[in-house]
Design a protein around this ligand. Sequence first.
Ligand code: FE2
Ligand code: FE2
Length: 317
Amino acid sequence: MVAAPHPVPLPAGGERERAEDSPATPSPRGRGEDWGEGLSAAAATHDTLCETLAQSAAAILEAAEPARKVALSRALAARWRAGDMAVGRATPPQRPARPEHPVLRPPRDMPRRRNFGAPAGRIALLHALAHIELNAIDLAWDIVARFSDTGMPCAFFDDWLGVAAEEAEHFALLASRLDALGSVYGALPAHDGLWEAAAATAHDLIARLAIVPLVLEARGLDVTPEMILRLERAGDGESAAILARIYRDEIGHVAVGLRWFHRLCHEHGLDPEAAFHDRVRRYFGGALKPPFNREGRDKAGFPAAYYEKLTCATVAS
Ligand SMILES: [Fe+2]
Ligand SMILES: [Fe+2]
């Protein structure tokens, strides 16, 4: 999961009602469908994958329907791990394809509501997180495809394919949970600001790594423990358990980002702390927001000096 560059938006009252009752704009996937492994066999035969890893990653970016994106992600991960694919080259789309629903709204138009005590509040949260995970699938495949011609070693593609595969599982878990709660991904509007970081860093892998895993995914580590606690307090242990799984995986995603960020900085003779500060200032357009989850970030191996010097207070001084 990546955290939205803006606070997780939650829908207002009228939309909450629709989330609980029958969605006015149902997504192409109906309620109660199977998001488990059966989806892979049903929806992604290997003939829908391309010859190379990069081309297949680009094809996933061009798949609009979430179920297909998840199925193709699972199929591509299995095929790459079987060892019969070359990395190849591809030009991914500027923006990934998206389903007709959810309706995408500018971040400023997203009302916020944080009452987890009511089912509608939890549905709104899970919907917002599912949308973030759908974007996270694309962000990981975009790294694979867009930087396929940069001479990175196989281990780089192993790592980002692993991230993409986990993001697909995160989306599937949240979509299943929405189904169980009587809603569906697509029933509520969603935030349309999540691709900005990818677009701004499409030309520079060091910048992409600084912003996507090390700012946005690391921000997810900061905010997720509180969400887990609030879900537990609201008696929604199942949703809390999904977020706990996601949280553990996301520590690994930040660690992957850090590993390749450090390696590229080393190869280019850059001081990683200075390079991080430079890229965040140039491409993130604002200070990082404390409080930081030092424990989670430490587990990912993220040095505090990188991010603690980029808060509003330190940037202004
Ligand atoms: Fe995720
Ligand atoms: Fe992630």
